[in-house]
Write a protein that binds this ligand. Structure first.
Ligand code: ASP
Length: 319
């Protein structure tokens, strides 16, 4: 049997600093779930990361609503918040739901009141950059309404306006003893309908672990992951003996079949969205795959921190 790889974390491609932080935290004795949260807090607090926490892109009303969840391997417990407003670190609130309540998922106003009770400070989450991105989206929705977009000159001076970034961070952590923790945190789909909840805070969809098998998560089109129970399905494929990479590819193939039934595939049978899955197994092996080629994922362990290229089902350029 191969030597134990020791502490190891994997994450979505925006998680390079997060995985390094999480491995360092586990080396200092933190539980995997706490280490995972310490890692993603970097993204949640970063105003330049428009997919998570502070600076995340708002809903269609211009209000930032965040989703986050955590799961702990040794206790098989979980905590989550959905559509929570005004709290920069929803993953920390999710940790408190797991540890300080008898529930798994709190939403909206109830989640905010729970966070307040635990001393979380309410702050505005909308940065100038995310407000401008939202306003540009709103102003270009229709040519027949009363909102006018900026002039071409203004857009040329501020090209960020034309982006509609999406994103999320998932992080799975395994310590040297082979115990797992994981978290997924996001501002969700940019300009979503208020109240929309994606896969990220749903146990089994945006994240799932079984301490005897491994940990998995997803980023990308949340609705597709929900319909496939993405992270749960990946863990179950690993339980059946598939490698982390093959487990991700198996479930993505299932997502493709589902997209052809539910109207989310183009005329060539290709999904009209992307979805990435990440998996870390009990023996420390790991992998990631996306529907579209070219996606990377972050890894940290005793040999260092790096971005690796995941597997894929479709060439990104062939559309
Ligand atoms: N999975 C996230 C959601 O659907 C979005 C993303 O990862 O881009 O809320």
């Amino acid at each position: 049997m191969a030597a134990d790889p020791g502490a190891r974390c994997i994450a979505s491609d925006n998680g390079v600093a997060a995985v390094a932080t999480a491995v360092a935290a586990m080396s200092a004795g933190a539980a995997p779930v706490d280490a995972a949260v310490a890692g993603v807090n970097l993204n949640e607090l970063d105003p330049e990361d428009n997919s998570v926490g502070y600076g995340g892109l708002p809903n269609e009303d211009g209000v930032v609503e965040l989703d986050a969840a955590v799961m702990d391997g040794p206790t098989h417990r979980a905590g989550a918040v959905a559509s929570i407003r005004n709290i920069k670190t929803p993953s920390r609130v999710a940790l408190q739901v797991m540890r300080r309540s008898d529930h798994v998922l709190l939403v909206g106003e109830g989640a905010l009141r729970f966070a307040r009770a635990h001393g979380f400070v309410e702050e505005s989450l909308l940065t100038e950059k995310s407000r401008k991105l939202w306003l540009y989206w709103k102003e270009t929705l229709s040519a027949t309404d009363d909102w006018f977009p900026p002039t071409d000159d203004e857009i040329a001076r501020d090209p960020v306006l034309k982006r509609r970034p999406t994103g999320t961070i998932h992080l799975s952590a395994r310590n040297a003893a082979g115990d797992f923790g994981c978290t997924t945190t996001t501002s969700g789909l940019a300009f979503k309908i208020p109240g929309r909840v994606g896969d990220s805070p749903l146990i089994g969809d945006g994240l799932y672990l079984d301490n005897a098998v491994g940990s998995a998560g997803g980023t990308g089109r949340g609705e597709a992951s929900i319909l496939a129970c993405g992270a749960f399905a990946v863990v179950e494929r690993m339980r059946a003996g598939r490698s982390p990479l093959d487990a991700c590819l198996d479930i993505l193939s299932r997502v493709v079949d589902q997209s052809r039934k539910n109207g989310n595939a183009d005329g060539n049978g290709r999904p009209t969205f992307n979805l990435s899955l990440y998996a870390l197994a009990k023996d420390g092996s790991y992998g990631s795959a996306s529907l579209l080629a070219g996606c990377k994922f972050a890894v940290a362990d005793a040999t260092g921190t790096r971005l690796e290229t995941g597997g894929h089902l479709f060439e990104a350029t062939a559309r």
